[in-house]
Design a binder for this molecule. Structure first.
Ligand code: FES
Length: 117
């Protein structure tokens, strides 16, 4: 499981099928974020070392200028090796309830709108 070190601060583990953002929140860290979908750019971090794969390489939340500066969207970045990142954590973003994984069974569905089920 890759380790993620935040410059000047915490270190946390990130499962290979998890993102820098979700694993950081699971570790109780106050990562900045809003959409969790690659659109807003709020979760940008600078990748100082290591490697990631992006779930959404063409995400609108990341400009070409950001890519040139080695910035990645934490909500779309899965580490493929140990990483070091630079991010300004925010006390107000420390999760009151940390994200967690549970087993579930899909019992059914219904359409709510044309594009939501
Ligand atoms: S939280 Fe919006 S792009 Fe990552």
């Amino acid at each position: 499981m890759p380790a993620v070190r935040i410059e000047g601060g915490a270190e946390y583990a990130c499962a290979e099928d998890d993102t820098l953002l979700r694993a950081g929140l699971r570790a109780g860290l106050g990562f900045p974020y809003e959409c969790n979908a690659g659109s807003c750019g709020t979760c940008k971090v600078e990748l100082l070392a290591g490697a990631i794969s992006s779930l959404r390489p063409d995400a609108p939340g990341l400009a070409e200028r950001d890519r040139a500066k080695n910035r990645v969207l934490a909500c779309q970045a899965r580490p493929t090796a140990d990483c070091a990142i630079k991010v300004r954590l925010r006390p107000e973003n420390v999760p009151v309830h940390r994200p967690a994984r549970f087993l579930a069974t899909l019992a059914g569905w219904r359409d709510l709108t044309h594009d939501m089920r």
